[in-house]
Write a protein that binds this ligand. Sequence first.
Ligand SMILES: [Zn+2]
Length: 301
Amino acid sequence: MGLFESVQLELFELMGYKKRQERKPSVYKPNMPNKQHEQRLPPELSFENFSCPVELIRKKNLRGLRFRVSTKANLEVSANKSSSDKEILSLLMPHHDWIEKQVDEAKKRLSKNPQKKWQSGQVFKWNGGPYELVFSPSSTKKPHIRFMEKSFEYFFPLNWQELEKVDFQEKLHTSFLYFFKLKASEVLDAKVDHWAKEMQLFPRSVSYRNQKARWGSCSSEGKVNLNWKLAVFNSEIQDYVIIHELAHLKHQDHSKNFWNLVENFAPDRKQTSKELQSTAFDADPFAAQSELYDFNPSLDA
Ligand SMILES: [Zn+2]
Protein backbone atom coordinates (compact mmCIF):
# COMPACT_ATOMS: atom_id res chain seq x y z
CA MET A 1 0.00 0.00 0.00
CA GLY A 2 2.72 2.38 1.02
CA LEU A 3 4.82 1.60 -1.99
CA PHE A 4 1.89 2.07 -4.35
CA GLU A 5 1.12 5.46 -2.86
CA SER A 6 4.67 6.70 -2.97
CA VAL A 7 5.04 5.67 -6.60
CA GLN A 8 1.86 7.52 -7.41
CA LEU A 9 3.04 10.65 -5.64
CA GLU A 10 6.31 10.63 -7.47
CA LEU A 11 4.50 10.44 -10.80
CA PHE A 12 2.23 13.28 -9.81
CA GLU A 13 5.28 15.38 -9.15
CA LEU A 14 6.79 14.45 -12.48
CA MET A 15 3.61 15.40 -14.31
CA GLY A 16 3.40 18.68 -12.38
CA TYR A 17 6.93 19.47 -13.46
CA LYS A 18 6.12 18.69 -17.04
CA LYS A 19 3.01 20.85 -16.96
CA ARG A 20 4.96 23.84 -15.70
CA GLN A 21 7.35 23.41 -18.60
CA GLU A 22 4.49 23.30 -21.07
CA ARG A 23 3.10 26.59 -19.80
CA LYS A 24 5.98 28.45 -21.49
CA PRO A 25 4.92 30.22 -24.69
CA SER A 26 5.04 27.69 -27.48
CA VAL A 27 7.47 28.31 -30.28
CA TYR A 28 6.69 27.11 -33.73
CA LYS A 29 9.44 24.81 -34.97
CA PRO A 30 8.83 23.66 -38.51
CA ASN A 31 9.44 19.98 -39.28
CA MET A 32 10.32 19.01 -35.76
CA PRO A 33 7.11 18.40 -33.83
CA ASN A 34 7.70 16.69 -30.46
CA LYS A 35 11.35 16.21 -31.36
CA GLN A 36 12.63 17.21 -27.94
CA HIS A 37 10.27 14.77 -26.28
CA GLU A 38 11.11 11.92 -28.61
CA GLN A 39 14.82 12.35 -28.11
CA ARG A 40 14.46 11.47 -24.45
CA LEU A 41 13.29 7.98 -25.31
CA PRO A 42 15.37 5.23 -26.90
CA PRO A 43 13.81 4.21 -30.22
CA GLU A 44 13.12 0.64 -29.08
CA LEU A 45 10.94 1.77 -26.17
CA SER A 46 7.41 0.38 -26.32
CA PHE A 47 4.83 -1.34 -24.15
CA GLU A 48 6.48 -4.57 -25.29
CA ASN A 49 9.23 -3.78 -22.79
CA PHE A 50 6.83 -5.27 -20.25
CA SER A 51 6.44 -9.03 -20.05
CA CYS A 52 2.71 -8.74 -19.35
CA PRO A 53 -0.32 -7.36 -21.21
CA VAL A 54 -0.68 -3.61 -20.66
CA GLU A 55 -4.15 -2.14 -20.33
CA LEU A 56 -4.37 1.61 -20.92
CA ILE A 57 -7.30 3.44 -19.41
CA ARG A 58 -7.81 7.00 -20.63
CA LYS A 59 -9.46 9.41 -18.24
CA LYS A 60 -10.54 12.96 -18.93
CA ASN A 61 -9.65 14.67 -15.67
CA LEU A 62 -6.86 12.50 -14.33
CA ARG A 63 -3.76 14.32 -13.21
CA GLY A 64 -0.58 12.31 -13.45
CA LEU A 65 -0.43 8.60 -13.99
CA ARG A 66 -1.68 5.65 -11.97
CA PHE A 67 -0.72 2.06 -12.40
CA ARG A 68 -1.10 -1.26 -10.70
CA VAL A 69 -0.50 -4.91 -11.38
CA SER A 70 -3.80 -6.76 -11.33
CA THR A 71 -4.54 -10.20 -9.87
CA LYS A 72 -4.50 -11.53 -13.43
CA ALA A 73 -0.89 -10.31 -13.79
CA ASN A 74 -1.76 -7.48 -16.18
CA LEU A 75 -0.40 -3.98 -15.89
CA GLU A 76 -3.26 -1.49 -15.66
CA VAL A 77 -2.34 2.09 -16.42
CA SER A 78 -4.66 5.07 -16.06
CA ALA A 79 -3.59 8.25 -17.78
CA ASN A 80 -5.03 11.53 -18.95
CA LYS A 81 -6.67 11.52 -22.37
CA SER A 82 -4.12 13.98 -23.69
CA SER A 83 -0.99 11.99 -22.70
CA SER A 84 0.76 10.27 -25.57
CA ASP A 85 1.95 6.67 -25.35
CA LYS A 86 5.52 7.90 -25.24
CA GLU A 87 4.83 10.26 -22.37
CA ILE A 88 3.17 7.45 -20.44
CA LEU A 89 6.09 5.13 -21.15
CA SER A 90 8.67 7.65 -20.05
CA LEU A 91 6.92 7.85 -16.68
CA LEU A 92 6.47 4.10 -16.41
CA MET A 93 9.95 2.95 -17.37
CA PRO A 94 11.68 4.04 -14.13
CA HIS A 95 9.34 1.60 -12.35
CA HIS A 96 9.92 -1.23 -14.81
CA ASP A 97 11.74 -3.53 -12.35
CA TRP A 98 9.19 -3.00 -9.60
CA ILE A 99 6.35 -3.76 -12.04
CA GLU A 100 8.05 -6.92 -13.34
CA LYS A 101 8.54 -8.15 -9.79
CA GLN A 102 4.83 -7.70 -9.04
CA VAL A 103 3.90 -9.43 -12.30
CA ASP A 104 6.08 -12.40 -11.33
CA GLU A 105 4.44 -12.64 -7.94
CA ALA A 106 0.95 -12.36 -9.39
CA LYS A 107 1.75 -15.17 -11.86
CA LYS A 108 3.12 -17.41 -9.10
CA ARG A 109 0.05 -16.84 -6.96
CA LEU A 110 -2.29 -17.56 -9.87
CA SER A 111 -0.52 -20.81 -10.75
CA LYS A 112 -0.95 -22.01 -7.16
CA ASN A 113 -4.60 -21.02 -6.96
CA PRO A 114 -6.00 -20.73 -10.48
CA GLN A 115 -9.64 -20.03 -11.21
CA LYS A 116 -11.45 -23.05 -9.80
CA LYS A 117 -14.07 -24.92 -11.78
CA TRP A 118 -17.48 -25.26 -10.27
CA GLN A 119 -17.76 -29.03 -10.55
CA SER A 120 -18.20 -32.12 -8.40
CA GLY A 121 -15.14 -33.01 -6.34
CA GLN A 122 -13.74 -29.48 -6.22
CA VAL A 123 -12.75 -28.42 -2.71
CA PHE A 124 -13.36 -24.90 -1.39
CA LYS A 125 -12.62 -23.29 1.94
CA TRP A 126 -15.36 -22.13 4.25
CA ASN A 127 -15.11 -21.04 7.88
CA GLY A 128 -11.51 -22.24 7.99
CA GLY A 129 -12.22 -25.78 6.79
CA PRO A 130 -12.42 -27.62 3.47
CA TYR A 131 -15.81 -28.18 1.87
CA GLU A 132 -16.35 -30.44 -1.10
CA LEU A 133 -18.69 -29.43 -3.87
CA VAL A 134 -21.15 -32.17 -4.88
CA PHE A 135 -23.43 -31.97 -7.91
CA SER A 136 -26.64 -33.94 -7.44
CA PRO A 137 -29.48 -34.47 -9.92
CA SER A 138 -32.82 -34.14 -8.20
CA SER A 139 -36.55 -33.82 -8.83
CA THR A 140 -36.28 -30.09 -8.17
CA LYS A 141 -37.58 -27.68 -10.84
CA LYS A 142 -34.97 -25.01 -10.21
CA PRO A 143 -31.31 -25.52 -9.27
CA HIS A 144 -30.35 -24.67 -5.69
CA ILE A 145 -27.41 -24.90 -3.33
CA ARG A 146 -27.39 -26.30 0.19
CA PHE A 147 -24.75 -26.39 2.89
CA MET A 148 -24.20 -29.83 4.40
CA GLU A 149 -21.88 -30.69 7.29
CA LYS A 150 -18.68 -30.99 5.27
CA SER A 151 -19.86 -30.21 1.75
CA PHE A 152 -22.10 -27.96 -0.20
CA GLU A 153 -24.43 -29.56 -2.59
CA TYR A 154 -25.67 -28.22 -5.90
CA PHE A 155 -29.01 -29.76 -6.83
CA PHE A 156 -30.02 -29.52 -10.45
CA PRO A 157 -33.14 -30.74 -12.31
CA LEU A 158 -32.99 -34.11 -14.10
CA ASN A 159 -32.15 -33.89 -17.82
CA TRP A 160 -31.11 -30.29 -17.35
CA GLN A 161 -29.78 -28.80 -20.60
CA GLU A 162 -27.97 -25.88 -18.94
CA LEU A 163 -25.11 -28.13 -17.78
CA GLU A 164 -23.94 -28.49 -21.38
CA LYS A 165 -23.96 -24.77 -22.20
CA VAL A 166 -20.73 -22.89 -22.77
CA ASP A 167 -21.46 -20.08 -20.32
CA PHE A 168 -22.62 -22.45 -17.57
CA GLN A 169 -19.46 -21.96 -15.46
CA GLU A 170 -19.97 -18.22 -15.58
CA LYS A 171 -23.56 -18.57 -14.39
CA LEU A 172 -22.49 -20.90 -11.59
CA HIS A 173 -19.80 -18.46 -10.57
CA THR A 174 -22.40 -15.72 -10.14
CA SER A 175 -24.78 -18.06 -8.27
CA PHE A 176 -22.12 -19.23 -5.83
CA LEU A 177 -20.87 -15.70 -5.23
CA TYR A 178 -24.41 -14.66 -4.30
CA PHE A 179 -24.90 -17.77 -2.17
CA PHE A 180 -21.65 -17.38 -0.23
CA LYS A 181 -22.29 -13.72 0.42
CA LEU A 182 -25.71 -14.61 1.81
CA LYS A 183 -24.29 -17.38 4.00
CA ALA A 184 -21.52 -15.15 5.37
CA SER A 185 -23.92 -13.47 7.79
CA GLU A 186 -24.78 -16.87 9.31
CA VAL A 187 -21.12 -17.33 10.19
CA LEU A 188 -20.25 -13.78 11.18
CA ASP A 189 -23.40 -12.37 12.86
CA ALA A 190 -22.91 -14.41 16.04
CA LYS A 191 -19.27 -13.37 16.23
CA VAL A 192 -20.12 -9.68 15.87
CA ASP A 193 -22.74 -10.03 18.65
CA HIS A 194 -20.26 -11.84 20.87
CA TRP A 195 -17.47 -9.26 20.50
CA ALA A 196 -19.86 -6.29 20.74
CA LYS A 197 -20.94 -7.58 24.16
CA GLU A 198 -17.38 -8.37 25.25
CA MET A 199 -16.09 -4.95 24.20
CA GLN A 200 -19.28 -3.07 25.11
CA LEU A 201 -19.16 -1.41 21.70
CA PHE A 202 -22.29 -1.76 19.62
CA PRO A 203 -22.41 -0.85 15.91
CA ARG A 204 -25.49 0.88 14.52
CA SER A 205 -25.55 -1.61 11.69
CA VAL A 206 -23.45 -4.38 10.21
CA SER A 207 -23.43 -5.23 6.52
CA TYR A 208 -21.52 -7.75 4.48
CA ARG A 209 -20.18 -6.55 1.18
CA ASN A 210 -18.11 -7.68 -1.74
CA GLN A 211 -15.49 -5.06 -0.95
CA LYS A 212 -12.75 -4.65 -3.52
CA ALA A 213 -9.92 -3.38 -1.38
CA ARG A 214 -10.84 -3.92 2.24
CA TRP A 215 -11.57 -6.59 4.81
CA GLY A 216 -13.66 -4.23 6.84
CA SER A 217 -14.49 -0.62 7.59
CA CYS A 218 -16.26 1.46 10.19
CA SER A 219 -17.97 4.77 9.45
CA SER A 220 -18.07 7.77 11.76
CA GLU A 221 -21.82 7.08 12.16
CA GLY A 222 -21.00 3.73 13.73
CA LYS A 223 -21.85 1.54 10.74
CA VAL A 224 -19.59 -1.47 10.30
CA ASN A 225 -19.01 -3.06 6.89
CA LEU A 226 -17.33 -6.43 6.67
CA ASN A 227 -16.05 -8.18 3.60
CA TRP A 228 -18.20 -11.31 3.29
CA LYS A 229 -15.04 -13.25 2.39
CA LEU A 230 -14.06 -13.22 6.07
CA ALA A 231 -16.47 -16.16 6.38
CA VAL A 232 -13.95 -18.22 4.41
CA PHE A 233 -11.17 -17.89 6.99
CA ASN A 234 -10.54 -19.46 10.37
CA SER A 235 -12.04 -18.16 13.59
CA GLU A 236 -8.95 -16.22 14.76
CA ILE A 237 -8.86 -14.16 11.56
CA GLN A 238 -12.60 -13.47 11.65
CA ASP A 239 -12.36 -12.44 15.32
CA TYR A 240 -9.42 -10.13 14.72
CA VAL A 241 -11.04 -8.17 11.88
CA ILE A 242 -14.31 -7.85 13.83
CA ILE A 243 -12.46 -6.66 16.97
CA HIS A 244 -10.47 -4.21 14.82
CA GLU A 245 -13.59 -2.67 13.30
CA LEU A 246 -15.53 -2.56 16.59
CA ALA A 247 -12.55 -0.82 18.22
CA HIS A 248 -12.99 1.94 15.64
CA LEU A 249 -16.35 2.73 17.25
CA LYS A 250 -14.29 4.15 20.11
CA HIS A 251 -11.16 5.33 18.27
CA GLN A 252 -11.54 6.50 14.67
CA ASP A 253 -7.77 6.30 14.06
CA HIS A 254 -4.88 3.87 14.42
CA SER A 255 -3.50 5.57 17.53
CA LYS A 256 -1.77 3.84 20.42
CA ASN A 257 -5.05 3.84 22.33
CA PHE A 258 -6.73 2.11 19.43
CA TRP A 259 -4.13 -0.68 19.28
CA ASN A 260 -4.21 -1.08 23.07
CA LEU A 261 -7.94 -1.63 22.89
CA VAL A 262 -7.55 -4.15 20.04
CA GLU A 263 -4.82 -6.02 21.90
CA ASN A 264 -7.00 -6.35 24.99
CA PHE A 265 -9.22 -8.65 22.96
CA ALA A 266 -6.83 -9.91 20.27
CA PRO A 267 -3.38 -10.19 21.92
CA ASP A 268 -1.89 -11.96 18.85
CA ARG A 269 -3.25 -9.38 16.41
CA LYS A 270 0.09 -8.83 14.63
CA GLN A 271 0.52 -12.49 13.85
CA THR A 272 -3.12 -12.91 12.86
CA SER A 273 -2.92 -9.92 10.53
CA LYS A 274 0.17 -11.40 8.87
CA GLU A 275 -1.59 -14.74 8.50
CA LEU A 276 -4.53 -13.03 6.82
CA GLN A 277 -2.28 -11.21 4.35
CA SER A 278 -0.25 -14.30 3.50
CA THR A 279 -3.05 -16.89 3.24
CA ALA A 280 -5.96 -14.88 1.88
CA PHE A 281 -5.30 -15.39 -1.80
CA ASP A 282 -5.06 -19.18 -1.49
CA ALA A 283 -8.12 -19.46 0.73
CA ASP A 284 -10.43 -17.26 -1.32
CA PRO A 285 -12.45 -19.34 -3.82
CA PHE A 286 -12.94 -16.21 -5.94
CA ALA A 287 -9.34 -14.96 -5.71
CA ALA A 288 -8.48 -15.32 -9.39
CA GLN A 289 -11.32 -12.97 -10.37
CA SER A 290 -10.98 -10.58 -7.46
CA GLU A 291 -9.59 -7.06 -7.41
CA LEU A 292 -8.93 -7.52 -3.70
CA TYR A 293 -5.42 -8.74 -4.38
CA ASP A 294 -4.34 -6.11 -6.91
CA PHE A 295 -2.41 -4.58 -4.07
CA ASN A 296 -2.31 -5.43 -0.39
CA PRO A 297 -5.77 -4.81 0.97
CA SER A 298 -5.84 -2.71 4.10
CA LEU A 299 -8.26 -3.27 6.92
CA ASP A 300 -9.94 0.07 6.53
CA ALA A 301 -9.76 3.52 4.99
ZN1 LIG B 1 -8.41 0.23 11.27
